[in-house]
Structure formats: structure tokens, C-alpha cells
Design a protein around this ligand. Structure first.
Ligand SMILES: [Zn+2]
Ligand SMILES: [Zn+2]
Ligand SMILES: [Zn+2]
Ligand SMILES: [Zn+2]
Length: 467
């Protein structure tokens, strides 16, 4: 199963800020959704969803949250600390598990992280590496179960000891949607098999395992619908690219290093053209406004597919298959909002009136109603590909600007290539100008505070300093 970039659920039972569930049953839960910026509304179609309470300026921090549970991906086990997700690159040698017989081959940034990870989950699973190797989500589900059990125990001991409100952990976890009735029979079978297996493994433990199978099945479904992929910037220097002084160019890219559950962020619905961006600082998740949001407007993050780089049908297919819903966001509508960045399907420029959001293969321009010659456009696109293969980026740009919206991501990528080409041939001022164009497009499409924009800015500054 794919671990996507930013994932989140659709239908969640949430509590509004005075702690009253929308079905009217009052609860003693402390207000987990109290925020200066948003409320949670509810409709039958959309379930619960976050709505701006007042005007939110672009860039505002809306939610800041640590994960309920998180689990490092097996592929990153040698490079990232499983206790805090910090990079192990500069740490030689990393701290290892306290058990010399351990075959998980984990490396920790410090003994503090090893201790924390040991008591939160690893002590239970240290001898059982091979059982978890083929199903990573099972280990995350198991962590959810451990938190559930310990919270329950804490609850039981507190109820007799004090009148303070008991922990809300268990109740909060119950607010996450599982969509159990919509998972395929084969998936459910698999969840169940793994759950049965795990409950047998722990049947001699101190805990009561009687509900374990049922819980683990639900948690695996919850993870699929609510799991967030935690992203980190990773560098690799195995690149064959060389700069003008023949130094290797560092490859910097965003990588998903762990899957996690964030309860507050799970209240945000999806849009292919989101107005809220998910960012990770270590394990902390921040949700920030991409652009100004008016009071009453819903707050959307993306669960993965973005209209800027993925076509409509593909987005719909992915969302339905993974999250069980049909997307009706603005970008999935026929008539686009001109204030929003162009989506990948709606970037064509009308040759008659210069309207620049014509949908791919639309018979006529929606503005001037003249018919569109798609044969000609496809011919230009073939020529563009030819010039791309030959790395003739000036030619590519000229042709692209003739047929595409000038802020389309495709055009941005060409500016990027032009910047690189000028940089390699020591024409730093030109490089700087092209890079600036590319920064502008990336900021427009992904938002000013996005990692993508930061990445472009980073390149831009590098060139600007040299020039
Ligand atoms: Zn650590
Ligand atoms: Zn171990
Ligand atoms: Zn959509
Ligand atoms: Zn037109």
C-alpha cells in the first residue's frame, strides 16, 4: 500500500469547542477542537469538516500537533532515528537496541531516544522482527493498541483516585473514521489474518487480549483512511550531476520516512487545490493557510493528489481507491476559479481570445466559443518534446508560452532547466532571473510556505549569492 504525501480522512465524528457532540449528547471531554481559527461543521455528505471562523491571513499557523503514534518506514531504518525521526547522517555510531540479540537493526540518535522507543513499543516487539517485516501498518496498529490499553489503565486508576477529568486518548481515537464497510473483502481478510496472528503472539502477555483482534482490524482500517506520511528533506550525493567546477551537485528531495496518526489534522477534508498546507518539523505537523481564507470557507488539505500535477481522472481514481470518496472540489469542477492556480488539465491558452484555462480536448473555448484546433496543439506538444530531448530549453519555453497558461507548472520546470543551463555556463545573472520566474510559479501553485517553494528559494539564493 502506498504511503502518500499528506493523507487525511473524510468523515470524522468530532467535538465542537464546547465539548458537545453534534448528535446532542453532552460529553465530559475537554475541547480538543478549540482553535482560534476554525470550527468543525457537519453535513451528511461531507461528514465533519473544518471551517474558517474568521478571516485567516495567508501563511497563518492553523494547527500545530504531535503525532498520536508514528512508525518509521523500514527503508529509512538506517538513516533516521525511530524515536524522533532526526537524521543519523552525522551520528557515528548510532545508539543500538539494549538487547544484543535484537535483529531490527535500528539506530538511535541518543540513548534517550532508545529508552523512549523501548518503553513505548519496542520492548514488546524486539524479538519478533520477522513477523512485522511484511506488514508495516500492523506495527503502527499495534502501537495504537498499546496506547489504548495504557490509557485505559490510567483511566481506571484515576477514576478512583481523583475527580480530575480522565485522559481523552481513548475517546479521541474513537473519533477517527475507519470506513470498514468499504474496504475490499481481500483487504479485510488480510487485516484479520494479521490481527489473529498478533493476538496469538501476545496471548501470554500481561494484557487482556480478548478484544485485540477486533481492535487491530479497525486500527489497520483507521491507518489507511487517516495515516499521514511524515516528510523529511533527505540529501543524496550519488548524483551524476556536476557543477561548473566539477563538484557533485547534491540531490535534495522530500522523502516520506514514517507513517503517523494526527488526530486534529484528521478533521480536515481533501481538496485537489487545497487552501491549507501540511508541513513537518521533526515529528510535529503544522497546518498553514496557503492563501487568505474568508470566514465560513472550508479548510482543505490535500490527501496526496494535486490538481497542479495530476490529471483529473487519475486523481479521482486514487481518491476513490484509497479513501473511498468521489472528489467534488473546485479543481474537479468543469468551470475553474480564475483566482486559483491552473490545474494540469486546464492550462491551454485559447488562440483566439487568450483565455488560458481551456480544458484539454475541449471542443471550444468557454470564453469566446471559437473551436479549438487540437491537432495543431498536439503537433506543438510533439515539437516541444523533441526540443526537451535535445535540451533546447529556450525553444521549449517559447513554444510552451504559446499554448499554455504562463503560470503552469510545466512552464515553471522549463524556467528551472534554463536557470540550471545558464548556471552551468557561468551566466549567473540570467540564471538568477530564470530561477526567480520558477520560484514565482512554484509559490503560486504550491503556496508561499510550501517545501516546494522553500526548495526553489534555496536554489535561487544559492545562485543569487554567487552572481
Ligand atoms: Zn532520536
Ligand atoms: Zn531491539
Ligand atoms: Zn478534487
Ligand atoms: Zn477563446
Amino acid at each position: 500500500m502506498d504511503c502518500w504525501k499528506k493523507l487525511c480522512p473524510t468523515h470524522i465524528y468530532a467535538f465542537n469547542s464546547n465539548g458537545v457532540r453534534r448528535d446532542g449528547n453532552s460529553t465530559k471531554i475537554s475541547p480538543i477542537l478549540k482553535s482560534d481559527h476554525y470550527n468543525v461543521n457537519h453535513t451528511n455528505d461531507e461528514g465533519d469538516f473544518a471551517v474558517a471562523e474568521h478571516k485567516i491571513p495567508g501563511g497563518s499557523l492553523i494547527v500545530q500537533e504531535y503525532p498520536y503514534v508514528f512508525q518509521i518506514h523500514d527503508t529509512h531504518r538506517k538513516r533516521v532515528c525511530p524515536g524522533c525521526l532526526s537524521s543519523l547522517d552525522g551520528i557515528k555510531p548510532p545508539t543500538t537496541c539494549r538487547q544484543s540479540s535484537c535483529n531490527w537493526k535500528l539506530g538511535y540518535c541518543s540513548s534517550r531516544c532508545e529508552t523512549r522507543h523501548w518503553f513505548s513499543v519496542h520492548m514488546y516487539v524486539c524479538p519478533f522482527r520477522e513477523y512485522f517485516a511484511r506488514n508495516q501498518h500492523l506495527l503502527l496498529a499495534f502501537q495504537m493498541w498499546i496506547r489504548f490499553i495504557t490509557a485505559q489503565e490510567r483511566m481506571a486508576s484515576k477514576i478512583s483516585a481523583t475527580t480530575k477529568p480522565v485522559t481523552t486518548d481513548v475517546l479521541r481515537l474513537n473519533t477517527l473514521v475507519d470506513n470498514l464497510d468499504q474496504h475490499s473483502e481481500a483487504d479485510l481478510q488480510r487485516y484479520k489474518q494479521d490481527a489473529v496472528f498478533l493476538s496469538q503472539l501476545f496471548s501470554f502477555s500481561v494484557y487482556d487480549t480478548k478484544d485485540l483482534v477486533e481492535q487491530l482490524v479497525r486500527y489497520q482500517a483507521v491507518i489507511r483512511c487517516n495515516g499521514f506520511g511524515i516528510q523529511r528533506r533527505m540529501t543524496a550525493n550519488h548524483s551524476s550531476r556536476r557543477d561548473s567546477e566539477d563538484r557533485p551537485v547534491l540531490d535534495v528531495k522530500m522523502d516520506t520516512v514514517a507513517t503517523s496518526i494526527y488526530i486534529l489534522a484528521s478533521k480536515f477534508n481533501h481538496s485537489c487545490q487545497p487552501n491549507v498546507l501540511a508541513l513537518f518539523i521533526g515529528t510535529q505537523l503544522q497546518l498553514r493557510a496557503i492563501r487568505p481564507i474568508l470566514p465560513g470557507q472550508p479548510l482543505y488539505i490535500s490527501y496526496g493528489p494535486l490538481a497542479a500535477n495530476s490529471p483529473l481522472l487519475k486523481r479521482q481514481e486514487q481518491l476513490l481507491e484509497h479513501y473511498f470518496f468521489e472528489c467534488h472540489c473546485q479543481a474537479c469542477q468543469v468551470v475553474p476559479d480564475p483566482r486559483l492556480p491552473p490545474t494540469i488539465d486546464q492550462i491551454y491558452r485559447c488562440p483566439h481570445c487568450k483565455y488560458n484555462r481551456v480544458c484539454s480536448m475541449a471542443p471550444a473555448c468557454p470564453q469566446c466559443e471559437n473551436s479549438i484546433d487540437w491537432n495543431n496543439i498536439r503537433r506543438v506538444e510533439r515539437t516541444i518534446r523533441m526540443h526537451q530531448d535535445g535540451e533546447e530549453w529556450d525553444k521549449v519555453l517559447e513554444l510552451q508560452l504559446g499554448i499554455y497558461h504562463n503560470k503552469a507548472l510545466l512552464v515553471g520546470k522549463t524556467y528551472d532547466q534554463l536557470a540550471l543551463q545558464r548556471y552551468m555556463s557561468h551566466r549567473l545573472l540570467d540564471a538568477c532571473q530564470y530561477c526567480e520566474q520558477s520560484v514565482q510559479i512554484v509559490r503560486f501553485v504550491y503556496g508561499e510556505s510550501s517545501p516546494e517553494a522553500a526548495e526553489e528559494m534555496y536554489k535561487f539564493c544559492g545562485i543569487a549569492i554567487e552572481s
